[in-house]
Design a binder for this molecule. Structure first.
Ligand code: CP3
Length: 353
């Protein structure tokens, strides 16, 4: 299977865009930049349209999800939209009792802790993904030559929420399960891989030009556990979309020791968090993998001179890699002044290649 001839990546709209060119290791005509969590609480126009509508409900209203995805693209002139949705949407669409509690994060009605709990998980029906496809179609019709990035949660990060039933700092539950009950763990992460893989495939088929797998909490694992208990499921999630030929990005936080293993699940680009300079990330990856990152989100609140010097340093360090897409080293903090983001984009686009 491949993408259809009228897909933005196939019909000439996005294949030569700065983002896709850099993801493929080529030389773009301008330095591409987008921000994780660019759509969301830092924008007054987001808070306005979200008023009175729950987070997951807003993801399932196609016009609203498209509008929220487009808001930061219009405002900041970033080089890509990131689809407005959430990593737990495939759980919700499969029929799992999950919600996003403001200020807390994903919370499940009942945690998934035993082999019986895993066996009861409902299979995600492809037809349930129609609101996602609708939202993507509406979004790409407006984006024109700017690519839309689709995404999904990696199986470890999803399973971490499912086992704990809520956000946690140390992820003790999933880390115990992978050793104490490896078969249950394997079944759970396979389930999560298939749900996330179908969610990402729906976005790519409907018009997204690249895909990013978020393994936000993989940094709580050592390399041996990551390779043995997590990487196979992440590879399985991506197996759902490899045939489509869209560039794939893999990102996690605290993953400086895992970068090679994360690349080895089979992706084109590695997203680097703010902890590791990009020249060192490039060295660890053997100089062959395009990178994305890694402006420290904390510096968005620093005086402009401090932030500007940091952005220049990130660009200089990224020059070592065979391709570099500017981003933050994690999501936009909600209290960020959006004008600072616009100014960062202008600076990046103004700098000589
Ligand atoms: O611009 C974008 O990146 C928009 C799309 C997006 C959202 N969530 C919207 C969202 C993406 C790519 C995500 C991914 C996501 N969701 C991740 C991986 C990225 C990361 O940050 O590490 C994770 C871990 C989640 C789970 C999740 N959803 C958390 C921890 C929270 C925060 C809870 C809170 O209120 O502090 C959410 C909610 C969420 N997802 C919001 C947004 C805009 C905020 C909810 C709101 O505006 O009411």
């Amino acid at each position: 299977m491949t993408l259809n001839a009228s897909h933005p990546l196939m019909d000439g709209r996005t294949a030569d865009s700065a983002l896709i060119t850099a993801y493929r290791g080529g030389k773009p005509e301008r330095r591409p930049v987008w921000f994780m969590r660019q759509a969301g609480r830092s924008l007054p126009e987001y808070r306005e349209v979200r008023r009175g509508i729950g987070m997951l409900d807003s993801c399932l209203k196609p016009e609203l999800a498209a509008e929220i995805t487009l808001q930061p693209v219009r405002r900041h002139d970033v080089d890509a939209g990131i689809f407005f949705s959430d990593i737990v949407i495939p759980l919700k669409l499969a029929g799992v009792d999950v919600d996003i509690v403001p200020g807390v994060g994903p919370v499940l009605g009942a945690p998934v802790r035993t082999a019986a709990d895993v066996a009861k998980l409902p299979v995600l029906d492809d037809a349930a993904l129609e609101p996602i496809r609708d939202a993507v179609r509406l979004t790409v019709a407006e984006l024109g030559s700017k690519p839309l990035i689709g995404f999904a949660g990696a199986p470890f990060t999803l399973a971490a929420y499912m086992v704990e039933g809520k956000p946690s700092r140390d992820h003790l539950g999933p880390r115990t399960m992978m050793h104490a009950e490896p078969e249950t763990w394997r079944a759970l992460t396979d389930w999560a891989a298939d749900a996330s893989g179908k969610f990402l495939r729906a976005q790519l088929e409907a018009g997204a030009s690249a895909g990013q797998l978020f393994d936000s909490w993989a940094g709580s694992l050592g390399l041996a556990d990551y390779r043995r208990h997590v990487a196979p499921a992440s590879a399985r999630a991506l197996d759902h979309v490899r045939d489509l030929g869209a560039p794939l990005v893999h990102f996690g936080t605290g993953t400086s020791e895992l970068l090679v293993a994360m690349r080895d699940v089979g992706v084109d680009v590695i997203g680097v968090d703010y902890r590791l300079p990009l020249d060192e990330a490039n060295r660890r990856l053997g100089g062959t993998t395009p990178l994305q990152g890694n402006i420290d989100p904390a510096l968005l609140a620093a005086p402009w001179e401090v932030l500007e010097a940091h952005v220049r340093e990130v660009i200089a360090a990224g020059a070592a890699a065979p391709g570099h897409v500017l981003n933050l080293g994690h999501g936009v903090p909600p209290e960020t002044d959006p004008e600072v983001l616009t100014r960062v984009v202008e600076l990046i686009h103004r700098m000589e290649l």
